[in-house]
Design a protein around this ligand. Structure first.
Ligand SMILES: *Cc1c(COP(=O)(O)O)cnc(C)c1O
Length: 380
């Protein structure tokens, strides 16, 4: 089976993990801060806070921004459920902005229109969570302009996009957002097994996320001088969302190959573009302002009615195609919150045609050729 995505774990990665296993610290040791500093440095952010998943990082980001009951947060339907669930975990209401049909990212025109009517209704969002779908940055300057005008915070869900660039700067630099979140799940660009990280240039936000990922506990030198060296205080209600040193050692070792991974993905994406040019489908769009990290290579079939048969033909041939994403508002749990089919027509039409082809740095050209041949066969 050729999967749609796959991690690359080298002997150096394994040696780095084994070194932690032989050390004194499996968790809360030196590897996590080392990994955090390396990612912050690589992405041009002043702070980075690791967690046990991007789902946890998104929750921490919402909490740090003060999202709570009665608040409203917006994201896109074309994403993984975690981008919206983080709002609901804070007691806020999640709502959606439809995507742009060319980039498949949050549509800035749709956002502006929804903001205008939300202002009239007195229901403006407190936070917006744009998602860099497939690794391609959203139009962050457009989003930041509206954030200024309408006074909402911005969390970039960059789960697909570490190693990507936008307007000359790395994703995660924080030029246009309060917090940026990366995922290190094995199908993403680099992995820690499970893991996530939230980057920010705001020390208050980074400190809040650091406290909340570890039970809301502080160890304060002044308080320890009074009570004793063992002393700690829980000053707010937090979680155990910590990353282990075992995971951080793997992530740090993987980070050294980030540029090579993104370059390999781009080379394969360009090759798909050429080899699929004559088929009745639309290959991913490019954006002169952005270098995608190429997490996913998604095609859109001209004939949505054939998607299921094409999917099954490829799967039967041992090719692990997938579909990203079922629009979040169509999940039964979201329909029970009041959303319905037809609410976000661009995301729904895109979903009906979407097919994710295998793309990962160690995919060989021979394997890619097999995918291309089977896709031609299925669409013949
Ligand atoms: C993978 C993913 C997440 C969740 O990441 P985990 O690390 O698995 O929790 C969130 N948002 C998007 C867009 C993702 O693709």
């Amino acid at each position: 089976m050729i999967p749609y995505g796959r991690q690359d774990v080298t002997d150096e990665d394994i040696a780095a993990v084994v070194a932690v296993l032989r050390s004194d610290w499996l968790t809360q040791g030196p590897a996590v801060p080392r990994f955090e500093e390396a990612v912050a440095m690589r992405c041009g952010a002043s702070r980075a806070v690791a967690a046990n998943s991007a789902t946890s990082s998104l929750h921490l980001a919402c909490l740090a921004l003060g999202i709570g009951p009665g608040d409203l947060g917006w994201t896109v339907p074309n994403t993984f459920v975690a981008s919206a669930n983080c709002l609901r975990h804070c007691g806020a209401v999640a709502d959606f902005v439809d995507i742009d049909p060319s980039t498949l990212n949050l549509g800035v025109d749709a956002l502006e229109e929804k903001l205008r009517s939300a202002r009239r209704a007195g229901r403006l969002p407190k936070v917006l969570i744009p998602v860099h779908f497939a690794g391609l940055s959203c139009d962050m300057a457009g989003i930041a302009r509206l954030a200024d005008e309408y006074g909402f915070k911005v969390i970039e869900d960059a789960s697909h996009a570490i190693g990507g660039r936008h307007r000359g700067q790395p994703i995660g630099c924080g030029r246009y957002a309060d917090i940026t979140v990366f995922s290190f799940h094995p199908v993403k660009i680099i992995t820690t097994g499970e893991g996530g990280m939230a980057l920010s240039n705001d020390a208050v936000l980074a400190d809040a996320m650091t406290r909340l990922r570890s039970h809301g506990i502080r160890r304060d030198a002044a308080a320890q001088a009074v009570h004793g060296p063992w002393y700690y205080e829980q000053t707010e209600l937090g979680f155990n969302y910590r990353m282990t040193d075992i995971q951080a050692a793997l992530g740090l070792s993987q980070l050294a190959r980030l540029d090579a991974y993104v370059a390999a993905r781009l080379r394969l994406a360009d090759r798909y573009d050429r080899l699929l040019a004559d088929l009745p489908l639309r290959t991913p769009g490019r954006d002169p302002d952005s270098d995608s990290a190429w997490h996913l290579y998604v095609v859109r079939l001209e004939d949505a009615g054939r998607r299921r048969a094409v999917f099954e033909h490829l799967r039967a041939a041992g090719i692990g195609v997938n579909v990203h994403y079922i629009p979040v508002h169509l999940q039964p749990d979201y329909q029970s919150q009041g959303f319905a089919p037809g609410d976000y027509p661009v995301a729904e039409d895109y979903y009906a045609r979407a097919l994710t082809l295998p793309l990962y740095p160690t995919l060989s050209e021979t394997e890619q050729d097999r995918v291309v041949i089977k896709l031609h066969e299925a669409l013949a």
